[in-house]
Ligand binder design. Structure first.
Ligand code: SF4
Length: 370
C-alpha cells in the first residue's frame, strides 16, 4: 500500500467486501469526496450504479474541461534499458529485442512527422540507460524540441530533484512515472535488479519533480500486476498526498492495462474493461479537477466513449517504437515496440471520432507563466 496510508492491504480488501449499496449511493450524493468515497465507488457494490456514476462523472468533467479533448503523441527516443522488469520486452535480459537509440537528427525527423499531424504536445519516452539518456542528453533533446512543441512531457527513469530542475529549465513541464505496483513485496518480485528495484526512490519521483517546478505530475499503477482495488486505493492516497505537497501542480491519472497478447507477458490479475470503466468514472467524480488520460492500449470504441465521461486527454497516432513515425521502414516499425497498441488509428481518424461525439480537439490549452 502507499506507505503513508494507515491501513493494510487486508484491511482495505475487508472494507471493500463490506460496502453496501447505501454507502455507494451516499458517496455519489456528496459534492466533495474523500478517500473512503473513492473506495465505495470502486467497490463491487458500485457496479449497478454505473449509469448514475456516468452522469455525475460527465458533469464533473464538463465543469473543469468543457467538451475539449487534449491530444498528444509519445516519441520513443530509445529502448536500451538496464532494468529487469519481468513484464517488459525492453528488460536487459531480453536478447530478442532489437535495441535502438535515436540520434538527435533522427529525433528531429520523428518530431517533424508528429508535428505535421497538428499535435503540439509531445511525450518523450526512453528506457533507463543513464549512459545514453542522461539528464544532459534529455535536456539537449528538450531544448531542441521546445522550439517545435508547446508542451513537453517526460516518461523516463526517475531523476533527482536537481536533475528535474535542469530538465524543467530545458523546457519539460510534465512528467509521468508509473509506480507499477504500490505493494513493496510484489514490487521487489517484478523488479528484481537494476536501479528500478528501489521502490522508495520511484515512489517519491513526482514529489521531487513537483519541487523542481513541474506543473503536471502523472501517477499510475500497472493494471494486471496485483489486485486492482488495493492498488487503486493506494493511487488515490498518493494523489491526495501530491495535491497537498505540490499544490501548484496538477495531478494526472492514467490507467495502463495489460491486455493479453500471444507469446506476451501473462498478467496475474487481469482487469476487465468494465473495471477500468468503473475506476475511471470513480476517479473523475472524486478528483474532478485532475487530468486523466486514456491509454492507447484500450480499444478505439472504449477510448471514444470514456473521453466523453472521464478522461480529458488521449494520444493520437501513437508509435511505441523508436523511429516508428519516420525513421524506420513500415515493415520494421513494430520490431522493437514496448507493448502492443490496440488503437492504431491515424491522428486524423482520432480527431474525426472526437468531433463526431460533439467534442473539440485541443492541441494547446495553456501558456507558460513568464
Ligand atoms: S518497463 Fe521501463 S524500466 Fe522496465 S525494462 Fe521496460 S523500459 Fe526498462
Amino acid at each position: 500500500m502507499f506507505p503513508l496510508l494507515k491501513y493494510t492491504k487486508d484491511q482495505v480488501e475487508a472494507y471493500y467486501a463490506k460496502v453496501t449499496p447505501e454507502m455507494v449511493a451516499a458517496s455519489l450524493a456528496k459534492d466533495k469526496h474523500d478517500w473512503f468515497d473513492l473506495l465505495n465507488l470502486i467497490s463491487p457494490a458500485a457496479y449497478p450504479f454505473m449509469p448514475e456514476m456516468r452522469a455525475k462523472a460527465q458533469l464533473a468533467r464538463r465543469r473543469y474541461y468543457g467538451k475539449t479533448v487534449s491530444v498528444y503523441a509519445p516519441l520513443y527516443i530509445g529502448n536500451t534499458c538496464i532494468n529487469s522488469c519481468r513484464y517488459c520486452d525492453f528488460r536487459v535480459q531480453h536478447s530478442g529485442t532489437v535495441r535502438r537509440n535515436l540520434t538527435m537528427d533522427e529525433i528531429r525527423l520523428e518530431a517533424e512527422a508528429i508535428r505535421a499531424t497538428g499535435i503540439d504536445s509531445l511525450l518523450i519516452v526512453a528506457g533507463e540507460d543513464p549512459k545514453v539518456n542522461s539528464v544532459e542528453h534529455l535536456a539537449e533533446v528538450g531544448r531542441m524540441l521546445k522550439t517545435m512543441f508547446s508542451n513537453l512531457s517526460l516518461e523516463v527513469a526517475p531523476q533527482t530533484e536537481e536533475g528535474y530542475r535542469e530538465l524543467f529549465n530545458a523546457g519539460y513541464e510534465a512528467l509521468t512515472c508509473f509506480q507499477e505496483t504500490y505493494d513493496p513485496e510484489q514490487y521487489k518480485y517484478f523488479h528484481p535488479a537494476g536501479p528500478k528495484s528501489n521502490y522508495e526512490f520511484r515512489l517519491w519521483t513526482q514529489l521531487r519533480a513537483g519541487k523542481a517546478g513541474f506543473r503536471q505530475l502523472g501517477v499510475a499503477f500497472l493494471l494486471g500486476l496485483c489486485p486492482w482495488r488495493a492498488e487503486a486505493a493506494s493511487l488515490a492516497a498518493h494523489a491526495f498526498y501530491l495535491m497537498k505537497e505540490c499544490y501548484e501542480a496538477k495531478v494526472q491519472f492514467a490507467f495502463p492495462r495489460f491486455c493479453r497478447v500471444e507469446g506476451g507477458f501473462v498478467p496475474p490479475h487481469e482487469v476487465s474493461e468494465e473495471d477500468v470503466d468503473l475506476m475511471m468514472l470513480a476517479f473523475r467524480i472524486v478528483f474532478p479537477q485532475c487530468c486523466m488520460t486514456v491509454s492507447t492500449r484500450e480499444a478505439p470504441a472504449f477510448r471514444d466513449y470514456i473521453v466523453q465521461y472521464a478522461a480529458d486527454n488521449m494520444s493520437a497516432g501513437s508509435r511505441v517504437t523508436p523511429g516508428g513515425y519516420a525513421v524506420l521502414e513500415k515493415e520494421h516499425a513494430a520490431d522493437v515496440a514496448q507493448f502492443t497498441l490496440t488503437d492504431q488509428r491515424a491522428p486524423k481518424d482520432v480527431y474525426a471520432a472526437i468531433k463526431a461525439n460533439g467534442q473539440e480537439v485541443v492541441f494547446k490549452n495553456w501558456d507558460k507563466r513568464i
